[in-house]
Design a protein around this ligand. Sequence first.
Ligand code: HPA
Length: 295
Amino acid sequence: MSATNRNENGVEERPTRKDIEETASFLKKQTSDRPKLAIICGSGLGGLADIVEDRINIPYKDVPGFPVSTVAGHTGQLVFGKLSGKSVVLMQGRAHVYEGVPIWKVAIPIRVLQVFGVKTIFVTNAAGGINRDFSVGDIMVISDHVNIAGFAGANPLVGLNDDSFGPRFPAMSDAYDPDLMQLAKKVGHELGLDSILRQGVYSFLVGPSFETIAECRLLKTLGVDATGMSTVPEVVTARHCGMRVFGLSLITNKCVMEYNMREKANHEEVLETGKKRAKDLQNLVSKMVASIDGI
Ligand code: HPA
């Protein structure tokens, strides 16, 4: 995939299937691992990589066509190795639309991983709690999403459709795999996490500014439980090309919904909560991985 894939108007072109295949082949030359599961580690959740064994790290900047993240808390590399004895690839960090990366480009790694042979994606993120019953440090299993940014045209599938990846109009009514949601509940229970394990709807706004009070109130009326600035581009792309998806949000802060509250969302709190809950998240994900057949 060429680094500057620009047309005569200076607009960056989407990579073709051939470009994606070339990047997948590049990765196959770096490792003999052939994982069927990929895990995207969100803000402050990259610590999962610490428990991966026999690691091979490949920085995004070395992978042709991969977007590179510039955010604190996002390392920016692929980590191949073994988790619970199973072959996995982690995306330690991700690019975001708010960094100025085109939404289709944010999702390029998903297509590369699909061509590489990955069948299932776990997505994790840090999110603000909209649901008033949620506390900071809760872990929410994502049951559905609202692509708020999509209401204004931000969808990674906008543009010519490549039928070799998936249909022009893919369904999203079954985006999050019910069996994996069920498994998360079971494993969470076994780990004694019942009191912090939640389930709910995630919404995607581009950011980087956190939400206003009026926006948080709106999200609540829309049935949103937690909101963030990522995940949906990857999930839409993964479902389009037939991958199975499971998602977790770590509730790093409570969204401010009252005008007399003094608290404000901030990125440091997001990273701090990530650190505190890292162990629980790692245990949940690694025990789930151990329990999934066929990966
Ligand atoms: N809003 C949006 N994104 C976030 C938040 C939030 O409150 N917390 C962590 N990511």
